[in-house]
Design a protein around this ligand. Structure first.
Ligand SMILES: NC(=O)c1ccc[n+]([C@@H]2O[C@H](COP(=O)([O-])OP(=O)(O)OC[C@H]3O[C@@H](n4cnc5c(N)ncnc54)[C@H](OP(=O)(O)O)[C@@H]3O)[C@@H](O)[C@H]2O)c1
Length: 285
């Protein structure tokens, strides 16, 4: 049975800017649902009962790596995918710890809550719009889609949310408005602005979040060490998707990652540090 000390070590985040946490569901209800879902002080693969993690965007280049790494570390995974046939070619169908469910984040919080279900303890969002003719796709997927996932979590009382966002989302405030990457990504449907809006929603919600903002993503295996900086710091650099997936899984495990926005790239010359230290070096926001 969960105790108050367990709840304290896995807290709701202080909403930013100040607003009521969990304004749509009573705090008492959200806490009781959360407590009934927590057996440990943190989510860990060592617990006897396997934790089930919902991954949105599981057929994506980063999402599939997150799924693989979660399974490798003993978690159960509910993989949210738009196309079940495609998922069959990307994700291992034979793993009993993997459940694949049809999920479109634009379909609204109600539907998403049904899909996430009452057996998921945390949600990792690795979605990103697919370029096409719909100019509003970034807004629909990277803003509203993520907001829908957060609202679904609130309905269910799922109190852990990890988002794969991007460096430069707040480029305008960082004086990076003329950064070619900032211009390029916003030309396509204000992608970075959409992501920033979603981040703001998460931070206002009171949910326990870790927002991971990677630099440019590479498919190549990891090279160099992960460098982690506070929000609105990095404006260039890249990182292997394997390392991004690793950071997402570590965030799930390490309480030092709670209520934080972290920016990550990899650098050859950087010293290798334990993830616990990296997360601990970032102030809560
Ligand atoms: N590319 C970069 O250099 C870079 C840099 C920093 C941050 N990021 C961000 O990092 C994240 C991961 O990037 P990535 O390149 O690994 O992603 P990706 O390969 O483009 O995958 C995106 C995923 O989102 C899914 N998706 C799209 N629309 C959806 C919807 N309406 N409902 C549910 N799922 C939907 C896709 O499903 P389908 O497979 O069915 O299409 C796919 O699984 C993204 O948010 C991206 O913007 C990217």
């Amino acid at each position: 049975m969960a105790t108050m000390s367990m709840l304290r070590s896995y807290p709701l985040c202080h909403p930013y800017p100040l607003s009521k946490p969990y304004s749509r569901i009573p705090l008492s209800r959200s806490l009781s649902v959360v407590s009934s879902k927590m057996e440990g002080s943190e989510i860990t693969e060592q617990n006897q009962v396997k934790k089930k993690i919902f991954v949105a965007g599981a057929t994506g280049s980063t999402g599939k790596r997150i799924v693989e790494q979660l399974l490798a570390r003993g978690f159960e995974v509910k993989a949210g995918v738009r196309d079940l046939d495609k998922a069959g070619t990307i994700l291992s169908k034979d793993n009993p710890s993997l459940q694949i469910v049809k999920t479109d984040v634009t379909e609204g919080a109600e539907k998403l809550a049904e899909t996430i279900g009452d057996d998921s303890q945390a949600v990792i969002c690795a979605t990103g719009f697919r370029p096409g003719w719909d100019l509003f796709a970034p807004w629909k997927v990277d803003n509203f889609g993520t907001v829908n996932l957060v609202e679904a979590c609130r309905k269910l009382g799922v109190n852990r949310f990890i988002l794969i966002s991007s460096i430069l989302v707040n480029g305008a405030a960082m004086g990076q408005i003329l950064n070619p990457a900032y211009i390029f990504l916003n030309v396509f449907g204000l992608t970075l602005v959409a992501k920033l809006q979603a981040e703001r929603h998460i931070r206002k919600s009171g949910i326990n979040y870790t927002i991971i903002r990677p630099g440019g993503l590479r498919n190549e295996p990891p090279s160099g060490s992960v460098v982690m900086e506070p929000e609105d710091t990095l404006y260039q650099g890249s990182i292997s998707r394997d390392q991004v997936a690793e950071v997402a899984v570590e965030a799930l495990i390490l309480p030092e990652s709670s209520c934080k926005v972290v920016e990550i790239v990899s650098r050859d010359e950087a010293p290798k540090q334990p993830y616990k230290n990296l997360f601990a070096s970032i102030k809560q926001t």
